[in-house]
Design a protein around this ligand. Structure first.
Ligand SMILES: CC(C)(COP(=O)(O)OP(=O)(O)OC[C@H]1O[C@@H](n2cnc3c(N)ncnc32)[C@H](O)[C@@H]1OP(=O)(O)O)[C@@H](O)C(=O)NCCC(=O)NCCS
Length: 255
């Protein structure tokens, strides 16, 4: 039978009738003792964060929960509800909008931090190599709406400093990101400040999360806002709401 039992192999959960253990801990010991953010960490990584690591991790999760119906994912969720979809379908529609351009900058910014950390040369050269491979827009910096400053980023970076002082992280990636920010400002001759994706990327990198997990964690965080907006739309009603009020039309381009 081992060809059957070995089909799926996991160190996440062990279970038999009447017993559930997650990462080696009985579920009844976790319930009531472990918060949701710590549970995410435990499930994904298999170990437990220190209290200082946990509060930094939780701050990153809190910071990205919502960015309003201007965000395509939130608008998609609300539109989906007005099309008659249930909450799970609305949430899935929204999460499916999170790609390389919308919601993906955090993963790219962790990759950038790792690239700079491992680069044999100065920061300017490291950035040039990155730009040659990935294009001139540096992930995690700049914001279309929050000018001059994305209010989430300075607060998160303040928390990284506190965590560093408490020994929860080294501050290496925070320093890299600050150097990138300074280099960008120098090159453009105007500030292009770190945004929420840049700051959460610093946190995830400092805490040792692999780049793809930055996107997965962003999806968990943004799902909170997606659920809230979906539910609000359910309560508001509305049928078949498209992206603009119907009196506005697209621009027809004649061939
Ligand atoms: C968010 C974003 C689209 C805003 O772009 P924007 O509205 O054009 O920003 P600005 O008008 O302030 O840009 C001013 C200049 O800085 C450049 N710039 C903006 N963000 C930049 C970045 N991250 N890297 C390099 N250059 C950037 C612009 O190209 C522009 O240059 P130009 O005048 O030579 O064309 C852009 O900053 C970006 O793509 N950032 C990276 C992706 C990211 O982190 N997204 C998550 C946002 S929360």
């Amino acid at each position: 039978m081992s060809d059957v039992s070995d089909w799926w192999q996991t160190s996440i959960i062990d279970m038999e009738p009447g017993r559930i253990e997650l990462r080696g801990q009985p579920i009844q010991d976790l319930i009531g003792n472990v918060g949701f953010a710590e549970m995410i960490w435990l499930m994904v990584r298999g170990d437990r964060p220190t209290p200082d690591q946990l509060s930094l991790f939780e701050a990153a999760l809190v910071s990205a929960v919502d960015h309003g119906p201007q965000a395509p994912s939130i608008a998609a969720a609300r539109m989906a509800v007005t099309c008659g979809l249930s909450l799970n379908n609305a949430m899935a529609s929204a999460v499916n909008m999170l790609g390389d351009v919308h919601g993906g900058a955090g993963e790219q910014a962790v990759e950038l931090c790792h690239h700079i950390q491992g680069f044999d040369g100065d920061l300017g050269q490291a950035l040039d190599v990155w730009i040659a491979d990935n294009g001139k827009i540096i992930p995690g910096f700049g914001h279309r709406f929050h000018k001059p400053v994305d209010p989430r980023a300075p607060r998160l970076m303040e928390m990284v400093q506190e965590a560093m002082q408490a020994g929860a992280c080294t501050g290496e990636f925070s320093q890299i990101a600050q150097h990138v920010e300074a280099e960008l400002a120098n090159r453009k001759q105007e500030p292009i400040p770190m945004n929420v994706d840049g700051a959460t990327a610093v946190i995830y990198a400092e805490l040792g999360f692999a780049p793809p997990l930055a996107r997965g964690l962003f999806c968990i965080s943004r799902s909170v806002g997606i659920l809230a907006h979906s539910w609000e739309q359910v309560q508001q009603g509305g049928r078949n709401k498209g992206p603009t009020p119907p009196k506005y039309r697209w621009t027809f381009t004649k061939d």
